[in-house]
Design a protein around this ligand. Structure first.
Ligand code: GLU
Length: 373
């Protein structure tokens, strides 16, 4: 798979057996896949379901439909076992696993979004494989993703991944539910999610696949808007149970590919430039303005003034001393902190603020440089 950064979502049905045990043989195959991708220099992030499925057995929660708090209790128990299973499977390849639990809010609020994004990039830089799940125990019904398809798409968006693979119990999108309609045809590529494609997803029928086709389309919409292509593929190939799931896709196993419009970097920049309301202004000297035009980050040394009150993660306008707009970006520091570190070297940040934050006020990935007029 030709990905630079790959997010793989693993559905509960693939990973957890009927008796609540983790299918370790299957997980070993996935670990082989991950090791192969890492050896090729690709970043891999796993988004895994299964905490509830594993935990409920251990707590003796046998009812058919669990109440929210029962699910949350189950997740609290199951998540430990789940993370441990990944740790063991990847340890065979000497790969370190890092657990990341997120909520919908973490991916939406820019402050937390920036933190989580920075942590992911740190972990990947250190060679670890993040294993992500929803922080089920603290989410309430209203603020829950509830399904890891959309969570995985948000993780892909947040980390500027270029490929998202949803491994599930179905090998892609069909014109109708193939179990009910023998005329149903497989759709190999989707260029645009219009009403026709939506109609194919039908209702979120339980069992059709863990999150249903509806949540998979919702995930596809998030992914392609973020410049990330998405694949829906079967985690267990019908014919051969011993093939690693990603290797199977590479070997041509059936899947549905959703094509993005742009690439992740430009999609992220469009998001910063267009949808984020600026809440302040950072005024920079000419040297910094030139550096920004050359694609560099904004360092505290180049800042001469701050206007407005904003928090870390908020969008700001970068202005030159002459008043022209140099760019827009997400600030890694609050306005109060920038006032203190403006004009100083990055190495002095820790002694001035009492904590060691980022070297940059606005990282170049979080900055859109204005067209020079
Ligand atoms: N977060 C849930 C769990 O780990 C799964 C949600 C889903 O299956 O999409 O059990």
């Amino acid at each position: 798979m030709t990905a630079r950064r790959l997010v793989v979502k693993i559905g509960s049905a693939l990973l957890v057996a009927e008796d609540g045990r983790v299918r370790s043989a299957w997980l070993d195959l996935l670990a082989d896949d991950v090791a192969r991708c890492r050896a090729r220099g690709q970043d891999v992030i796993l988004v895994s379901s299964g905490a509830i499925a594993v935990g409920r057995r251990h707590l003796g929660l046998t009812g058919n439909r669990l109440r929210l708090e029962e699910k949350q209790a189950a997740a609290a128990t199951g998540q430990i076992r789940l993370a441990h299973a990944y740790q063991e499977a990847l340890a065979r390849h000497r790969i370190t696993v890092a657990q990341v639990l997120l909520t919908l809010e973490d991916t939406e609020a820019r402050r937390r979004h920036l933190n989580a994004r920075a942590t992911f990039s740190q972990l990947l830089g250190l060679g670890a494989v993040p294993v992500v799940n929803e922080n089920d125990t603290i989410t309430t019904a209203e603020i829950r993703f509830g399904d890891n398809d959309r969570l995985a798409a948000r993780v892909a968006q947040m980390t500027s991944a270029d490929t998202l693979v949803l491994l599930s119990d179905i090998d892609g999108l069909y014109t109708a539910d193939p179990r009910k309609d023998p005329q149903a045809r497989h759709v190999p590529v989707v260029h645009e999610i219009g009403p026709e494609i939506e109609a194919m997803a039908g209702e979120a029928a339980p069992g059709y696949s863990s999150g249903g086709m509806v949540t998979k389309l919702a995930a596809a919409r998030i992914a392609i808007a973020a410049g990330c292509r998405m694949l829906i593929a079967r985690g267990v190939p019908q014919a051969d149970h011993a093939v690693a799931p990603l290797a199977a896709i590479e070997a041509g196993a059936r899947a549905t590919l959703f094509l993005p419009r742009g690439e992740p970097r430009s999609a992220r920049k469009a998001w910063i430039a267009g949808t984020v309301e600026p809440s302040g202004v950072v005024v920079v000297d000419d040297g910094a303005a030139l550096a920004l035009r050359r694609g560099r980050s904004l360092l505290p040394a180049g800042v001469v003034a701050v206007e407005g009150i904003f928090e870390r993660g908020d969008a700001v306008i970068v202005r030159t001393r002459a008043g022209g707009e140099a760019g827009r970006g997400l600030s890694a520091y609050s306005s109060a902190d920038i006032r203190l570190i403006a004009g100083h070297k990055s190495g002095e940040i820790a002694s001035i603020l009492g904590y060691r934050g980022r070297d940059e006020i606005i990282h170049r990935d979080d900055l859109v440089v204005s067209e020079s007029r």
